[in-house]
Ligand binder design. Structure first.
Ligand SMILES: [Cu+2]
Length: 118
């Protein structure tokens, strides 16, 4: 199980290709989210504040990344292979979707840099 988790973290560091919630590493870094097969993969990423999330369109058709509540600037149309990055500087939950395919939804959960004590 421990080994599986290590592999999981490597997958996240590369191109996130796991379903469900992904826990990022402690340090501020970049987290990759693939856009593939009309889905954001992973749909939910949990990252510490200061993390840059980079979306890469791996579909043959354009997609966008747009905040559901103006929590961050929307991407332009992303053609195949295009990327869009945003650095999240405030903790919170950022829901987003593709304006071309509104059923495509994702979420970035940004946690405080220092975990809250009891
Ligand atoms: Cu789309």
């Amino acid at each position: 199980m421990r080994q599986f988790f290590s592999i999981l973290m490597l997958a996240v560091a590369g191109a996130a290709s796991v379903t469900g919630t992904v826990q990022a590493a402690d340090k501020a870094s970049t987290v990759q989210v693939s856009i593939f097969n009309y889905k954001f993969d992973a749909e939910t990423v949990t990252v510490p504040v200061g993390t840059t999330v980079t979306w890469t369109n791996k579909d043959e058709i354009p997609h966008t990344v747009a905040s559901s509540d103006q929590g961050f600037p929307a991407s332009p149309g992303l053609d195949t292979g295009d990327t869009y990055s945003y650095t999240f500087t405030k903790p919170g939950t950022y829901s987003y979707y593709c304006t071309l395919h509104p059923f495509m939804k994702g979420k970035v959960v940004v946690t405080p840099a220092i975990p809250a004590g009891d």
